[in-house]
Write a protein that binds this ligand. Structure first.
Ligand code: GRF
Length: 207
């Protein structure tokens, strides 16, 4: 049995779908234990249901403290015995307590070459700055914003006639490729973290 993923989404869920496809194609040895959304109308939830996956919605209620929300999230993840938490377009900041509890077991994907352009409106920021190369980053989640150790990155060219939409689409293709690869590396355990560097280590040969 593969390790159990808890996938957190807020919207479309194309990264979730790419991960599900990688599992079905045998490129990723894992199973999706649950897909959780803070947004009841996230399109990705429908896709997950249509695939017969367990889903759950935890809406952020008015006045609810971040830690309280994260407690509910924790209960749900534990109920499904999740080994690795995969943020895939999850539009909430996680509390320090939550990050600490699951340290080293939360991944995020961000549509820029970090540390450039963390946060929101990333493609607009990249175009406005005038970079000629952009891309995406899979990283461990720490207490900062898009700041944890980097597991994988992929770059794409920025073309002179790019719009936010065209750049986003070019980057998304790479996101779909590298997220499954990064998850596979983390689940294999064949890496170590030295400072900020995630360094692959080879498996010991069988005796
Ligand atoms: C992706 O661009 C991801 O990098 C960012 O949010 C977007 C989510 O897209 N964090 P999707 O819901 O996976 O299609």
């Amino acid at each position: 049995m593969g390790k159990r993923l808890g996938i957190l989404i807020s919207g479309r869920g194309s990264n979730f779908l790419a991960i599900a496809d990688a599992i079905s194609a045998g490129r990723l040895d894992a199973e999706i234990a649950v897909v959780i959304s803070n947004n009841p109308s996230a399109a990705g939830l429908e896709v997950a249901r249509s695939k017969g996956l367990a889903t759950s919605t935890i809406p952020s209620e008015r006045g609810m403290k971040r830690e309280e929300y994260d407690e509910r999230l924790t209960e749900e993840l534990n109920r499904h015995n999740v080994d690795l938490i995969v943020l895939a377009g999850f539009m909430r900041i996680l509390s320090g307590k939550f990050v600490n509890r699951f340290r080293g077991r939360i991944l995020n994907i961000h549509p820029s070459l970090l540390p450039s352009f963390p946060g929101l409106d990333v493609h607009a920021a990249a175009l406005q700055y005038g970079v000629k190369v952009s891309g995406c980053t899979v990283h461990f989640v720490d207490e900062g914003l898009d700041s944890g150790p980097i597991i994988r990155q992929a770059s794409v060219p920025v073309e002179g006639n790019d719009t936010e939409e065209s750049l986003a689409a070019r980057i998304l293709e790479q996101e779909h490729r590298i997220y499954a690869e990064a998850i596979a590396l983390v689940l294999s355990g064949q890496y170590k973290i030295e400072g900020r560097r995630v360094v692959p280590v080879l498996a010991k040969p069988a005796p």
